[in-house]
Design a protein around this ligand. Structure first.
Ligand code: GDP
Ligand code: MN
Length: 380
């Protein structure tokens, strides 16, 4: 789950990382009141779950409360790469002398957390990595050993920070960021820019924060941060139904039982020349109720032009899935064609049930590849 900047900063603050004082606002009037409370110049910042807000006009300085109200009016409703701005973070403006970058993320390849630090912050880190790779210090952390003071020293000296005051503050922030990363079960904690003010204070001016969905059960406070209005509506609906679902951009709706088979189904649709509209895992069991829920989720997406139902019966019984499909067809009006491939436990019975039903728009294919080809053809 991705957090908004202000939510990430709230967690930063909890772990001792310095951030500016700020207020949340959803209307221009609230932005004005926030600026009045904070006093002095403020920054009006769009809270959307995407980066590069500055370049897109979503971050603006305001000199006084009236200006903050005007800037809020400009930014609210703005569409930043498909994300409509509904919330603003109003914070005390900072003077910036330097912009650094610090992050800790989970490197799945290395199976270890990875720190990245550079004094060339403020721009996208991919740019730094491409144009001046030597300026980017990367360092893995042994999760069992945990944080050790040499980690911060290696990052700070490696990047060439010479000011002792900065070094001291940065070392504290590196340690706090690691504690935050572990404490929140994060997948990513990124500070860009991590600024140094003209009087030498180091401070997080932005936050990018991703929390491991599987760990949310033990962080009810973070789980409550979920912004359903900003999330994909199909994925929100799927979560409510308890269906494992990821929205994709193509036209072939995909339903498999088990994550592995569902992934293969995505692949085979691409091999057959199509594009998957989603990834959807029915899981084991495959009760009629589960099938109905999954079909309800998939057919909500208007991009779906055909559905490929790929079942390999192990624990899941194909006859039960077949009955689930027919039950779903009885309960809701599905206008797109469905291609079903049933194999494994009770597949003969399952196919017979579907054949007997002779439902229009329901096709049964004997193999995975043939089913994929047919689904792709029907989606065209
Ligand atoms: P992003 O574009 O989504 O990464 O949003 P950021 O929060 O990083 O803000 C973008 C840029 O706005 C920063 O890199 C800063 O240059 C600038 N900015 C943000 N807050 C302040 C501030 O308090 N004072 C000044 N002078 N600039 C700021
Ligand atoms: Mn930023």
């Amino acid at each position: 789950m991705d957090l908004h900047e202000y939510q990430g900063k709230e967690l930063f603050r909890r772990f001792g990382i310095p951030v500016s004082d700020g207020r949340l606002a959803t209307t221009p009037e609230e932005a004005r009141a926030a600026a009045e409370e904070l006093g002095g110049p403020v920054v009006v910042k769009a809270q959307v779950l995407t980066g590069g807000r500055g370049k897109a006009g979503g971050v603006k300085l305001a000199t006084d409360p009236a200006d903050a109200e005007q800037k809020a009016r400009d930014i609210l409703g703005l569409d930043i790469r498909g994300h409509v701005v509904r919330r603003l973070w109003i914070e005390t403006a900072s003077d910036i002398a330097k912009e650094y970058y610090l992050s800790v993320t989970f490197d799945r390849g290395a199976k270890q957390p990875l720190f990245m630090f550079t004094t060339q912050g403020g721009v996208e880190i991919e740019e730094v990595a491409a144009n001046s790779p030597d300026a980017l210090v990367r360092l893995h952390v042994d999760a069992l050993e945990g944080y050790q003071p040499w980690i911060a020293r290696r990052l700070i000296y490696g990047a060439g920070v010479e000011d002792p005051g900065e070094q001291k503050q940065l070392a504290a922030i590196v340690e706090q960021l690691y504690a935050c990363f572990v404490g929140a079960d994060a997948m990513l904690c990124e500070i860009n820019p991590l600024i140094v003010t003209p009087d030498g204070q180091v401070k997080a001016l932005d936050s990018k924060f991703t929390v491991d969905d599987s760990a949310l059960y033990r962080h009810p406070d973070i789980a409550a941060y979920r912004d359903n209005a900003a999330a994909d509506p199909f994925e929100t609906f799927a979560r409510e139904k308890g269906v494992t679902y990821v929205k994709l951009d193509g036209s072939v709706g995909i339903l498999g039982n088990g994550a592995g088979l569902s992934m293969s189904t995505v692949d085979v649709v691409v091999v057959a020349g199509g594009q998957p509209a989603n990834f959807c895992d029915l899981g084991g069991g495959g009760s009629a109720e589960g099938v109905v829920d999954a079909l309800e989720v998939i057919t909500r997406d208007p991009q779906v032009k055909s559905i490929f139902f790929n079942i390999f019966g192990g624990i899941t019984r194909c006859d039960e899935v077949a009955r689930g499909i027919l039950e779903a067809l009885r309960r809701m009006e599905i206008t797109v064609p469905i291609v079903v491939r049933l194999d494994g436990t009770n597949s003969v019975e399952g196919r017979q049930i579907l054949a007997d039903a002779a439902a229009p728009n329901l096709h049964v294919a004997p193999t995975m590849l043939e089913a994929a080809r047919l689904a792709v053809e029907l989606a065209a």
